[in-house]
Design a protein around this ligand. Structure first.
Ligand code: C2E
Ligand code: MG
Ligand code: MG
Ligand code: MG
Length: 282
């Protein structure tokens, strides 16, 4: 059972869903060959330090360029991969690509951190800790230049094992970020309990700060709360200048969104950072 977009638990039967389920399953069957062919790749969306106005890193977002269907968004296959035991494979691929890329960018003299989304199902045991450690060693990336984004959820709230995994990841020096903050059951207690370094305020709230005083108040108090707990704050989904200015005045640390840059190929991101660095990587 999955919740529909409007939040209600049940939706009317739609035969298209059956087709969707079959299509997703057949898509997953192509995962290994797609990775092998290079059809699955990682896009990077810039993260901007609001005080220095410089790009300090990027979020890695997986993309699937299907030979027949075109580019498939992660929403189309992440959940299915989680449900059918393929999320390990996909995450290993994204982690390795992102860590390799970040190491390469740092090697040309830029300080650049990379964030990777981690499904909460992967926190149920400690395998992810060994994987991350192995990849950091292999590519010689400083652990604090890797951020792992986990979406707040009830699974995360209740799972003692998840907490241990997050703590083990922080012990090896990796940063933990609470993604899509505000969409789940975020309480003060929850925010304090999750071992994390950063929170990302969900796009749904960020988009409205220029139009609704309620959302603005919510964002303002979230930023204060996060700072009082020693967490850094990232606003996701900033699309216009007015929103950026408000977030900055509210003390938000880092900005992400179409205004700063859409998810793009690494080489394009390098051009955005410094035109000179781009020539070094090509
Ligand atoms: P997310 O982690 O919250 O990532 C942010 C999403 O918002 C991305 O969608 C990004 O393209 C989009 N976005 C960023 N700025 C803006 C903006 O200004 N306006 C609008 N309208 N959208 C913006 P995307 O790439 O389609 O990814 C959707 C979700 O899929 C991600 O949400 C994340 O939860 C998941 N995802 C992506 N890559 C991976 C991955 O490698 N592993 C896992 N487990 N999940 C992933
Ligand atoms: Mg994210
Ligand atoms: Mg998310
Ligand atoms: Mg998010």
């Amino acid at each position: 059972d999955e919740a529909s977009a409007d939040g209600s638990k049940w939706k009317a039967f739609d035969p298209a869903h059956l087709v969707d389920a079959e299509w997703r399953l057949s898509l997953l069957g192509q995962l290994d060959s797609a990775i092998g062919r290079g059809d699955i790749w990682v896009a990077y969306q810039p993260k901007l330090d609001m005080r220095t106005n410089s790009i300090i890193g990027a979020e890695a977002l997986v993309r699937w360029s299907h030979p027949e269907k075109g580019v498939i968004a992660p929403d189309e296959f992440i959940r299915a991969a989680e449900q059918h035991g393929r999320i390990d494979r996909l995450t290993d691929f994204v982690l390795e690509s992102a860590i390799r890329s970040a190491a390469g960018v740092n090697a040309i003299g830029m300080s650049f951190s990379v964030a990777v989304n981690i499904s909460t199902t992967l926190l149920d045991d400690q395998r992810i800790v060994a994987t991350v450690q192995l990849l950091l060693n292999r590519y010689k990336l400083r652990p604090d230049l890797l951020t792992l984004e986990v979406t707040e959820s009830t699974a995360l709230q209740t799972g003692a094992e998840s907490m241990r995994t997050l703590e083990a990841l922080r012990d090896i020096g990796v940063q933990i970020s609470v993604d899509d903050y505000g969409t789940g059951h975020s309480t003060l207690e929850y925010l304090r309990a999750i071992p994390s370094d950063e929170i990302k305020i969900d796009r749904g709230f960020v988009a409205n700060v220029a139009h609704y005083s309620n959302d603005r108040l919510l964002v303002e108090s979230t930023i204060k709360l996060a700072h009082s707990l020693g967490r850094k704050v990232v606003a996701e989904g900033i699309e216009d200048e007015a929103t950026r200015v408000i977030l900055m005045s509210l003390g938000c640390d880092v900005a992400q969104g179409y205004l700063i840059g859409k998810p793009m190929k690494l080489v394009q991101l390098m051009q955005l950072c410094t035109p000179d660095a781009a020539s070094l990587t090509s």
